[in-house]
Design a protein around this ligand. Structure first.
Ligand code: XAN
Length: 456
């Protein structure tokens, strides 16, 4: 045993992604979590001190032994979610993006000037995400500092690592008077105030909550606010998030108003850095991807939402082949589900349709694209390692030196015959719901203990 003091040891089967193509599935592992919430070491039965470490942990009541049909997986990283839109999840998804924003989304987001409303929604949402196995989330908040601080408090209370964006939207032509920053200068001042407020909050917080520079998207911002936000991001060395080339309407807005592609506009204002995460990107072209690669920008793939508002399917396999950073987002409420498992499923389904095509009047050879369909392993990588790399976090893997952010999943259905490790993994990816996620750990601390849980 190392000299680092061990808080908990989890004894059981582990599943972790090693690269986009493969997983590592190991039985009878002892995962030792140290007092600062990191994985100190992982022992296998053939390690000489395996039995001694296990016996000591048992005696000290530090051992959590999984049942035969329970599995330890990394917690998921939701790389794009609008916290204030939770009350609308599942509503009006038959509208266009522009109509959905103006008729449903902006009126809801405007309500977050009421702190009690913010508090109740945010506590409910963060708890729900943790219950679904999401241990880190990159959030869009609203234009309201106080409500965004409530989101940070909810993350802290429910033990989730939050990255929280004070949304900027000051363009009078594309935002309603009741939900708009009064001027570019006021928006920048507010964004900077929020950075300081969150820094203060972190002095006493259990889990670090990170401020994120958040121009909503090119249409809702003026050149002045985009420029000011680029400067703030540089000054404080902060992550940046926005939407990029999500729909024909958005893509064309940049072309019509700036005579440039969406990605180039953001780049011009210093908003493409290696700490930038751009959501959607269904209409990105190769020159945009080259720009992202050069700047180190990550993409948040939101497959459920993209099916409604994306106007195209993102070629995830091509992005992985080009070694760009990419993770998975629920995009509540453009996406209806808080579960990254459902987004893993949709990522696979959408990619199959992209590959096979959808127009039955065409012959098979002309029906689809050459882009390879995603596997469950590819999509699991996005929800874990891909998200972690995009946020520069040591999480998303069950390996020594990584944060102990975990979910314990009980196989939802009985096996009626012998199963390979790949069989078990695929069934977990397709059938896991929050009801069979029995425990969630964030930085070594229990954030959820479900109804299956027993002290073992
Ligand atoms: O899916 C989306 N959700 C939003 O809230 C939004 N705002 C700008 N563009 C957007 N796309």
């Amino acid at each position: 045993m190392s000299i680092i003091s061990i808080a908990t040891i989890i004894d059981g089967s582990t599943i972790t992604s090693t690269n986009p193509q493969t997983i590592t599935f190991l039985n009878h592992q002892l995962v030792c979590i140290d007092n600062s919430g990191y994985i100190d070491r992982i022992l296998s039965p053939n390690d000489t001190d395996y039995e001694a470490v296990k016996a000591t942990a048992k005696r000290k009541q530090q051992l959590l032994s999984l049942n035969k049909d329970e599995y330890l997986l990394p917690g998921f990283i939701d790389l794009h979610i609008h916290a204030p839109q939770w009350p609308n999840a599942g509503l009006a998804l038959d509208r266009s993006l522009n109509e959905w924003l103006n008729t449903y989304t902006f009126p809801l987001e405007a309500k977050y000037q009421e702190i009690d409303f913010a508090k109740s929604v945010y506590n409910n949402l963060v708890q729900e995400l943790v219950n679904n196995g999401t241990t880190t989330a990159l959030y869009f908040g609203t234009i309201h500092n106080q409500a965004n601080l409530e989101l940070a408090r909810a993350c802290n209370r429910h033990q989730q690592r939050g990255f929280i964006g004070q949304v900027t939207m000051d363009n009078r032509e594309q935002t309603p008077g009741y939900y708009r920053d009064r001027s570019a200068q006021k928006a920048i001042t507010k964004a900077e105030t929020f950075i300081h407020q969150l820094m203060d909050f972190n002095k006493t917080a259990l889990l670090h909550q990170t401020p994120v520079i958040t121009p909503r998207f090119v249409p809702s911002c003026t050149p002045e606010s985009l420029k000011g936000l680029g400067q703030l991001a540089r000054q404080y060395d902060l992550p940046i998030q926005s939407h990029c080339s999500e729909s024909d309407w958005e893509n064309n807005y940049a072309l019509e108003n700036y005579h440039q592609r969406d990605a180039m506009v953001l780049d011009q204002f210093g908003l493409l850095t290696n700490k930038t995460i751009m959501a959607h990107g269904t209409l990105l072209n190769q020159s945009d991807l080259d720009l992202f690669k050069k700047a180190g920008v990550a993409i948040a793939h939101c497959p459920i939402s993209n099916a409604y508002f994306g106007n195209a399917v993102l070629s995830v396999s091509q992005i992985l082949e080009q070694h760009l950073k990419i993770g998975l987002g629920t995009d509540i409420s453009g996406g209806y589900s808080p579960s990254l498992y459902r987004n893993i499923n949709q990522a696979i389904v959408s990619s199959r349709m992209l590959h096979d095509g959808v127009d039955s009047s065409l012959p098979p050879a002309r029906r689809g694209t050459k882009v390879a369909a995603l596997t469950a392993k590819n999509a699991f990588y996005l929800a874990t390692v891909g998200g972690a790399e995009s946020l520069h976090l040591k999480t998303g893997q069950i390996n020594p030196g990584y944060l102990a952010d975990f979910q314990i999943v009980q196989a939802p259905y009985p096996a009626f015959m012998q199963q390979t490790t790949d069989d078990i993994f695929e069934k977990l990816m397709y059938h896991t719901t929050k009801d069979n996620i029995t425990h969630v750990f964030v930085q070594g601390k229990l954030a959820k203990e479900g109804h299956y849980a027993t002290q073992r």
